[in-house]
Design a protein around this ligand. Structure first.
Ligand SMILES: NC(=O)NC1=NC(=O)NC1=O
Length: 165
């Protein structure tokens, strides 16, 4: 999509376009209401500032949209397709990795009560496993900050992808 098309879209359509990047209404509305942008980079920069800070509720709502690492998102909606593409570095056929990720995800969920979220694009499964192991040792406060940053990074990558095609 072209930036001009985003500018020309009516408000609700533009908000609906952004939702798969980050399902936080406030964030989508702020980015849409700040149109027009001089460039995609300007929009992405605004996406980072608009997504900081998140409320706890916003983080929980956004997390609910992300399947576990190593679990292929089902469904034909745009978010599922994005998630599958982002997790391309995780080979679903590698049973050992799948078992280790499943175990790590379960441990993380027991400890923090929510899904382990990481910007998966560009990361191999071993890098993800390494991060998962390290983050299991964090406090909740440390993880809150990291999760927010991962959400921002995923949103920015998805936003760039929206305008790259
Ligand atoms: N639990 C997750 O971290 N999920 C994901 N990370 C990504 O980069 N895309 C996802 O769907």
């Amino acid at each position: 999509m072209l930036l001009e098309e985003f500018h020309a879209a009516d408000r609700d359509a533009a908000i609906a376009l952004l939702a798969p990047c980050l399902d936080v209404g406030r964030w989508c509305e702020e980015l849409v209401d700040a149109r027009p942008y001089g460039s995609v980079d300007e929009l992405v920069a605004r996406a980072f500032t608009a997504a900081s800070p998140f409320t706890a509720e916003e983080v929980e709502a956004a997390l609910a949209r992300h399947p576990r690492i190593g679990e292929r998102a089902g469904g034909a909606n745009r978010e599922a397709a994005l998630s599958r593409a982002e997790q391309a570095g995780v080979d679903p056929a590698d049973a050992v990795v799948a078992a280790e990720l499943a175990e790590g995800n379960a441990a993380y969920e027991r400890r923090f009560g929510r899904v382990f979220l990481i910007r998966a694009a560009g990361r191999t499964s071993s890098e993800i496993l390494e991060a998962l192991t390290e983050r299991l040792g964090h406090t909740r406060d440390e993880e809150d900050l990291i999760v927010e940053e991962q959400l921002r990074q995923i949103a920015a990558l998805r936003l760039k992808g929206l305008f790259a095609t």
